[in-house]
Design a binder for this molecule. Structure first.
Ligand SMILES: [Zn+2]
Length: 258
């Protein structure tokens, strides 16, 4: 069974959440809410030619208070793909990728989302960390399996991994149609049918949480080591950004090797 322990809320109103499992391992981390100031919005895309950290000083202050050393943060221009960057000790711009991996202590890895999943993988024995941006395209393109492979490549064992899934769009709110299901069928055969529920004609409700939990387990992660609070971005417009709901800021999930 996947763990559904609730996230721990910080601030009033809540500025960010932390995961019980990652905190118990001493991993500095946070997933912001819309009440965290200073996180860049979709209106300010990261330009590959001139990347600058998508955090203003207010965000650096809030996230710095969690023990994250934001001067070394690494971030990418996320492109809904499955390419990986191995992040060096200095952090910084990692390129056009959706998976970041490191064994460097104290380098925060950041993934921006507004409905997509941010998946954090950590192996406390190998002290290896990986974060991934996974929406339906990332799911189809294998970003989750790539993340497990990438962290194995730096010394982690899948059986030792802890996984955490940040707030993202749930099966309650994620209606998709044939162009998406056709891609799922191409990537997964009939397997995708277990990840959808019927909706109005020609549409289904897609459960990206179940899909990616299944892919993590298939890659060797123990089900009980996957923490998914199942907090839906579209259901909580007061707290979270949701692209689908037209609530278009960005949440960021940041974590570092302790
Ligand atoms: Zn929902």
């Amino acid at each position: 069974m996947t763990s559904t322990s609730p996230l721990v809320a910080h601030g009033q109103p809540t500025e960010y959440f932390t995961f019980v499992s990652l905190s118990s391992l001493g991993v500095p981390h946070a997933t912001t809410t819309k009440h965290c100031p200073g996180v860049s919005s979709f209106a300010e895309p990261i330009v590959p030619e001139a990347p600058k950290p998508p955090f203003r000083s207010e965000a650096t202050a809030v996230l710095g208070a969690t023990g994250l050393e934001m001067s070394r943060v690494s971030y990418a221009r996320q492109v809904h793909g499955a390419d990986v960057a191995r992040v060096p000790a200095g952090g910084g711009f990692a390129g056009l990728v959706d998976v970041l991996v490191t064994v460097e202590r104290g380098v925060p890895l950041a993934i921006f989302t507004a409905d997509c999943l941010a998946i954090v993988l950590y192996d406390p024995s190998a002290r290896a960390l990986c974060v991934a941006h996974v929406g339906w395209r990332g799911t189809v393109r294998g970003a989750t399996q790539t993340a497990v492979r990438a962290i194995r490549d730096v010394g982690a064992r899948p059986g030792s991994l802890r996984a955490a899934i940040a707030p993202s769009i749930g099966p309650c709110c994620y209606e998709v149609d044939e162009p998406v299901t056709a891609e799922l069928a191409r990537a997964f055969g009939d397997r995708w049918r277990a990840w959808v529920a019927p909706s109005r004609g020609g549409h289904v409700m897609l459960d990206l949480w179940s899909a990616n939990e299944a892919l993590l387990v298939e890659a060797g992660v123990a089900p009980e080591s996957i923490e998914n609070p199942r907090l839906c971005t579209a259901c909580h417009p007061d707290l979270l950004y949701s692209y689908r709901r037209g609530n278009r800021g960005r949440l960021v999930t940041v974590a570092a090797v302790p």
